[in-house]
Design a protein around this ligand. Sequence first.
Ligand code: C5P
Length: 242
Amino acid sequence: MQARERILIALDTSDLEQAVGWVRMLSPYVGGFKVGLELVHAAGFGIFDRLHEAGAERLFYDAKLHDIPHTVARAVRAIARMGVWMVNVHASGGRAMMEAAVEAAHSAPKPPLLVAVTVLTSLSSQELREQVGTRRGAVNQVLHLATLAKEAGMDGVVASAQEAGRLRRRLGEGFLIVTPGIRLKGESAGDQRRVATPARALRAGADYLVVGRSVTAHNDPAARAAAIVEELEKGLLSPQLL
Ligand code: C5P
């Protein structure tokens, strides 16, 4: 996979025109765009057509589905009809829910990739104990749910660069790891706790990098995206630089 294709820009805005503007400006430099709950709820589901028309080839819908298997399967089918390239569900919805999602995706004319959210990065081990009653720490719970996702036939998981290495070793090649929390060297982490540079995330085993404010809040987003691609290309050519 080329370096450019690995970068997914998070369209974190409630302003449809701003999202369309980012897609027009950044499509030549990146592999795709992530549409989250803010944008979908503000702009409506027509957003997917608008972004495709603006030049986005690959849209990752960060839907974080979590419901009974039947409902999730039907939602995945509807999402596939919108031409979405990748969509996610919560692994904590369970094996049957993920299997139903996989079956629905595979039966679509244009099957979207299905990735699982394991443990929200906002949850500490203590909160996890309170929420699901598990004594496993957050990292072990991530590994546990990612293994379940793989067994259910999911295509991959969303995970921070910090967990990517262990996930890659546990789950092997071919299982996608999609990694947010990307910051360039010297850039402030903001509200993100577990950040990594693009090269580090790649070295840890990430396949796709979700990059938001590092590009979209920059005064020259296109130049910023190009700089990230260049960093990745150098690393891919000489892995010791990663
Ligand atoms: O602006 P920034 O690069 O921090 O944005 C990262 C994107 O990835 C946001 O859309 C955020 O919601 C998403 N995300 C995250 N951490 C996760 C899952 C998703 O930052 N664990």
